[in-house]
Design a binder for this molecule. Structure first.
Ligand code: 6PG
Length: 465
């Protein structure tokens, strides 16, 4: 019989910090990593009196755990998760629990759930957000899957989670791969808001002609307003950083080729499968792709010219309101996708709970999440946040600003595709009649695909010529 309450496999940034967080809350925790340096340095890092031990062999690690054993994997998504499970299985018993804390692709979680259930092992996927600091001092965690197993580990997760108004940013979200799915959409929203902030920075610079100091001050001030959020806060901080060798702002020295690990793309891909429109997220994914075509962009910048003849007289307030508008529509798109996915995959999601655990700890935490929580508490079946009276009104109040912003971007030739997608989504969503009747007519014209009419029941085909 071992002495440790909990085991963590993978002692990289996330695993290590979560382990130390658990130890801070009085749990005895064992860590496993094949890298000897990572495993052995753990004890030195832990505070005095904390029960922490690092292992490099799976068998010794597992034997050190109390029964039934509880193990969390924090290894890169994909094959490393399967490899880690395979290395642990020979030493595990029925009733043990395995938690995947990485950004796993949700169908993989469903498969692993079934495979481990056949062996009597409880498995659940739990998205964890908050990066290094979050893991160390309080992340937001999104568990789904085996409810009974979650219930057994709830005290650990509630202890280490971020707290908002005393409430932990973790709760059981739903069946199957619900936890990984919610985390995937969290990341899609993260991509959308990051892209909007990047476009805002560009519009401040090239659109309004502001210098770096003014741009930094604007983000800092915005973070004291209804825009208060982690991503605005860190943008204000990162814009301050000066490179020691050149004396220039570090951000201006960073290559504009953006990387990604894939969760934003999965959100868009799955949204297409579910026919859940998330255009701001789609644009955010494709802008990271366009950013990679550096040489082509360099050539095009010399030939495809546009000379703006517009005065730079737009205001920061206009940008601020437009950003609020676009940010809210991004959350609305992601949360509508969750609502559709919950029905399709039978997750049983409660969106009020999702909004609640996103209020703290995670990358997309923001004061507006409390407004969303309240919207879902008024109507648990709300299909889209845009239909909530208060949220709809706040967008109505600011729509003239995003229209101004889009005009400014168009006139000046500054790319603002995420803003355009946000406004296009809003205008489409509030259109009682869309021009898709023309598409239906075209389909019937060339392919006899038939159409429905608004004045009588049934399906029709016309002789168009
Ligand atoms: C979080 C983040 C995290 C993500 C990174 C990088 O919630 O803590 O979403 O899970 O892996 O932010 O993501 P990309 O490499 O795809 O940008």
């Amino acid at each position: 019989m071992g002495q440790y309450d909990f085991g963590i496999v993978g002692l990289g940034v996330m695993g290590r910090n979560l382990l130390l967080n658990m130890a801070d809350h009085g749990f005895a925790v064992a860590g496993l990593d094949l890298d000897e340096e990572k495993a052995l340095s753990l004890e030195k890092e832990a505070a005095k009196g904390h029960q922490v031990k690092g292992f490099t062999a799976a068998e010794d690690f597992i034997k050190s755990l109390k029964n039934p054993k509880a193990i969390m994997l924090l290894v890169p998504a994909g094959k490393p998760v399967d490899a880690a499970i395979a290395s642990l299985l020979p030493f595990m018993d029925q009733g043990d629990i395995v938690v995947d804390g990485g950004n796993s692709y949700f169908p993989d979680t469903d498969r692993r759930f079934k495979e481990l259930a056949e062996k009597g092992i409880h498995f659940f996927g739990m998205g964890i957000s908050g990066g290094e600091k979050g893991a160390r001092f309080g992340p937001s965690m999104m568990p789904g899957g085996d409810a009974e197993a979650y219930e057994r580990l709830r005290p650990v997760f509630e202890a280490i989670a971020a707290k908002v108004d005393g409430e932990p940013c973790v709760t059981y979200l739903g069946r199957g791969s619900a936890g990984n799915y919610v985390k995937m959409v969290h990341n899609g929203i993260e991509y959308g808001i990051m892209q909007l902030i990047a476009e805002t920075y560009d519009l401040m610079k090239r659109g309004l002609g502001l210098d770096d100091a003014k741009i930094q001050e604007a983000f800092e001030a915005w973070n004291q307003s209804e825009l208060q959020s982690f991503l605005v806060e860190i943008t204000a901080k990162l814009l301050k950083k000066v490179d020691e060798t050149t004396g220039k702002h570090l951000v201006s020295l960073i290559s504009d080729r953006a990387r990604s690990k894939g969760t934003g793309k999965w959100t868009s891909q799955n949204a297409m499968d579910l026919q859940a429109p998330v255009p701001v997220i789609d644009v955010a994914v494709l802008m990271r792709d366009i950013s990679k075509y550096k040489e082509e962009r360099e050539s095009a910048s010399k030939t495809l010219l546009w000379n703006p003849a517009v005065e730079k007289d737009a205001s920061l307030d206009m940008l601020k309101n437009a950003f609020y508008f676009a940010m809210i529509t991004t959350y609305a798109q992601g949360m509508a996708q969750l609502s559709i996915a919950s029905k399709e995959y039978d997750y049983g999601l409660n969106l009020e709970e999702v909004a609640k655990i996103w209020r703290g700890g995670c990358i997309i935490r923001a004061v507006c999440l409390e407004d969303f929580r309240q919207a879902y508490s008024r109507n648990a079946d709300l299909p889209n946040l845009l239909l909530d009276k208060n949220i709809g009104q706040s967008l109505m109040d600011k729509q003239k600003d995003i229209r101004e912003l889009v005009k400014m971007a168009v006139d000046q030739g500054v790319p603002a595709p995420a803003y355009m997608a946000s406004l296009g989504y809003f205008d489409s969503y509030r259109s009682e009649i869309l021009p898709t009747n023309v598409i239906q007519a075209q389909r019937d014209f060339f392919g006899a695909h038939q159409f429905e009419r608004i004045d009588k029941e049934g399906v029709f085909h016309a002789q168009w010529e």
